[in-house]
Design a protein around this ligand. Structure first.
Ligand SMILES: [Zn+2]
Length: 169
């Protein structure tokens, strides 16, 4: 037997590829692995000696032959390959998280530039506090009142006393 014809050994295949034991009468075992960058889900096709057709294991929803166009049955693989499933899930979650965190920052910057509330995007109308969410503006609006008016509380009539005085009330 030449070197190229040697039977495959388990150590050259990934851990998730099955190898039948000696007492299993198997003609062929096909290992199907899916996922990127690592194999995350797998299934197997076992062709046993004397069986009329190969048997699909670790998959659901076997596709009709006319659709799959393969000599063996295929379906949706469901057996997990845990290291690959963890790595692939983490990778795709990280990729999905980038726009999730980036988009709110972009939106807040645009609202701030347009003079809207940086928390909810509502038109503040020059008010120091957002009338929608109550958040204070990041910068105080231009002062239209004199320095003496600023610390004064708003009267029950709704306007500061200095405004009433300025209006001659
Ligand atoms: Zn707001």
């Amino acid at each position: 037997m030449s070197r190229g014809q040697q039977a495959p050994t388990a150590d050259v295949y990934p851990e998730w590829v099955p190898f039948p034991t000696d007492n299993q009468r198997v003609r062929e075992v096909r290992a199907l692995g899916f996922g990127w960058p690592l194999v995350a889900l797998r299934s197997e096709v076992w062709t046993e000696v004397g069986a009329s057709r190969p048997r699909l294991r670790g998959a659901v929803g076997e596709a009709p032959r006319a659709i799959s166009r393969r000599s063996y049955p295929v379906g949706l693989s469901v057996w997990p390959v845990w290291p690959g499933l963890v790595v692939d899930t983490g990778l795709y979650a990280a990729v999905a998280a980038v726009p999730m965190f980036l988009w709110p920052a972009v939106r807040r910057r645009r609202w701030k530039r347009e003079g809207l509330c940086s928390a909810c995007g509502y038109e503040r109308g020059g008010l120091p506090v957002c009338p929608e969410c109550g958040r204070r503006a990041h910068q105080p609006p231009e002062r239209t009142m004199g320095p003496a008016c600023a610390p004064e509380p708003i009267s029950p009539t709704g306007s500061p006393a200095c405004h009433r005085a300025a209006a001659g009330v």
